[in-house]
Write a protein of this length. Structure first.
Length: 444
């Protein structure tokens, strides 16, 4: 553990943990905030889709920008955007509940769109557009990883994400029960974002070579902060490298292995969005669980994933390739989704265990594969477009999952299981050697 705190990946792990902590603090209380301000489940669903929609637009822009001006500067931009978004969120509580329009239909239910709700929508949109910190953090980790420690590093990053998702919601529940109510967790989230800016500025070293260094960030030197001039450090190929930085989607999608990886990225997020859209409804209406039951169920999953993504993945990745770990994980995930159809407690926790192990093995290994494609001059763009694939899949999955559960209940989980079987099939076909292509396109 002491080696982790002194390792060069610790600052980016800390940044990732702080970012997830700030994000997850609001998860348990957002539905109550929306309801108190005039909204309902329909408005809550649209608000939930607002963040990934604008992230879909902003993540590739920030990812490509990080290839040019550096990961550190873009992480500061992203985290500053999150901080501003939380300030807007806090301001919404002080605004009068002026109603701009209201509606009561069989499709939307009864809601009133008030001024505070509109401000919260603006805050989530702004946070989503500047929310490229995940893709840039993955690009940063890719920069400092080698082929030998890539799986281990991304597994540790996944563990820091899971830890944030455990502490954040629990922290929010305690804070929201105070006299300040739901506003206190939002204030804490803003403070956490502000801390993250200082951590990035003073603990993170730049990893993109040949960018102009800026030691100080202020309004006086804001032009220099966005400086994109490259230092003269390439003796050969500098012109080609700069041209590569400026290429977009058409260039990235032609990189070997990227089409399959982006397909898996989209399908994985879509399947999990079906799960997260259906699980709360399943727990409350079919299983008759309390919020405490559901919270414990999710906390168990996160704790197990910390163990899998940390010490377990660090060991097994030395013996099993990333592609095979993704394959094993997708099979376990398919089994877990099918097992969710059973409503007895033992089967549900077995399903949760398989899901946690499968996710813990698959997703860090997949990110390791993605980070091994391209080079340092395209990694930000690769991660940015990948985040966009996940964002659009999340939007579709959340909307479709909620709609399907109303008509088909638990069969929505079967859809998720089938998707992971499709991923398994794609990887198996890709791994099959042939005379014309004896080696798989995706390798460690």
């Amino acid at each position: 553990m002491s080696n982790l705190f002194t390792s060069r990946i610790f600052p980016i792990l800390l940044v990732n943990f702080i970012g997830i902590l700030g994000y997850s603090v609001v998860i348990p209380i957002l539905i109550f905030i929306v309801s108190d301000l005039g909204g309902n489940g329909f408005i809550y669903g649209i608000l939930g889709a607002t963040y990934p929609f604008f992230q879909f637009i902003g993540a590739p822009i920030l990812g490509r920008l990080s290839d040019t001006i550096g990961r550190k500067k873009v992480l500061i931009i992203s985290q500053a955007g999150t901080f501003v978004a939380w300030i807007l969120f806090i301001a919404a509580f002080a605004l009068p509940k002026t109603t701009f329009w209201s509606q009561n239909t069989s499709l939307t239910g009864s809601y009133a769109m008030t001024l505070p709700l509109i401000v919260i929508f603006i805050a989530r949109a702004f946070d989503g557009f500047t929310g490229g910190n995940i893709s840039v953090a993955n690009a940063y980790l890719s920069d400092i990883s080698t082929d030998e420690d890539r799986n281990k590093n991304f597994g540790t990053m996944g563990a820091s994400t899971s830890l944030g998702f455990i502490i954040g919601p629990a922290f929010a529940g305690i804070l929201a029960s105070t006299v300040m109510g739901e506003v206190l967790p939002i204030i804490i989230a803003a403070c956490i974002s502000l801390v993250a800016i200082f951590v990035i500025q003073f603990r993170l070293n730049e990893t993109v070579p040949c960018v102009v260094k800026t030691n100080k960030v202020s309004l006086r030197n804001i032009r220099r902060f966005f400086q994109v001039e490259l230092k003269d450090c390439y003796t050969e190929g500098s012109k080609e490298l700069q041209e590569e930085n400026n290429k977009g989607w058409k260039h990235i999608i032609q990189i070997e292995g990227i089409p399959l990886l982006y397909t898996i990225y989209f399908l994985t997020f879509f399947a999990f969005s079906l799960f997260y859209a259906g699980l709360p409804i399943y727990a409350s209406t079919v299983l008759k669980w309390t919020t405490g039951d559901l919270g414990f169920f999710l906390a168990y999953s996160s704790l197990l994933m910390i163990f899998i993504q940390g010490p377990v993945l660090g060991r097994v990745s030395q013996r099993i390739t990333s592609q095979n770990l993704v394959l094993i994980g997708s099979v376990l995930l398919a089994c877990s989704f099918f097992l969710l159809l059973r409503q007895d407690l033992i089967s549900l926790y077995v399903a949760n265990t398989l899901l946690s192990i499968g996710n813990g093995l698959m997703w860090p290994s997949f990110l390791a594969l993605l980070s091994a494609t391209g080079n340092s001059n395209t990694q930000g763009a690769i991660q940015g477009y990948g985040t966009s694939m996940g964002s659009i899949a999340s939007m579709l999955g959340l909307v479709i999952g909620g709609t399907l559960f109303e008509s088909f209940t638990t069969w929505v989980f079967v859809g998720g299981g089938v998707i992971f079987l499709v991923i398994t099939t794609l990887l198996t076909l890709q791994n099959r050697p042939s005379k014309s292509n004896p080696k798989p396109a995706i390798s460690d």
